[in-house]
Design a protein around this ligand. Structure first.
Ligand SMILES: [Zn+2]
Length: 140
């Protein structure tokens, strides 16, 4: 039987720790890059910052947050400036691409205010994701 963890794609990152909050049906998933993506052995100078983003619900857990570290490498040897970050998230976003599209699609079928309540989002966020979903689909 396939490990359930491998059913969810975390874009090269692996699950280091999961914290369950039964009362709020919340999951905090801590991710870690499996292998570093540096280009050479001198690529060490790094800036790090921690991020968290919303991701798809898993089972009864409606609020799923992914926690990970963004690393920026500035190398004096190979002259590269390279950012290691979760590929599932566009820069500056607070949710994964798949979460935005999931909520956006639901918003075309369910009242946005109801969705907002169910997923602990604000109404404006739901409207933004709906527009995003509609825009994406009109190009297909
Ligand atoms: Zn380098």
């Amino acid at each position: 039987m396939e490990d359930i963890k491998s059913l969810v794609d975390y874009g090269g990152y692996i699950v280091r720790e999961v914290q369950r909050h039964e009362a709020t049906k919340q999951l905090d998933i801590y991710l870690e890059m499996q292998t570093s993506t540096v280009k050479c052995t001198e690529c060490k100078k790094e800036v790090k910052y921690d991020r968290s983003v919303r991701d798809l619900p898993i089972g009864e857990y409606i609020i799923v947050r992914l926690h990970y570290t963004v690393k920026i490498f500035e190398c004096s040897n190979c002259k590269s400036r390279h950012t290691e970050r979760l590929s599932l998230v566009s820069s500056g976003q607070f949710a994964t691409e798949r979460f935005k599209l999931y909520i956006g699609k639901l918003a075309t079928m369910i009242a946005p205010s109801q969705l907002a309540e169910e997923f602990s989002l604000d109404d404006n966020t739901v409207y933004r994701y709906e527009n995003y979903f509609l825009k994406k689909n009109s190009h297909k």
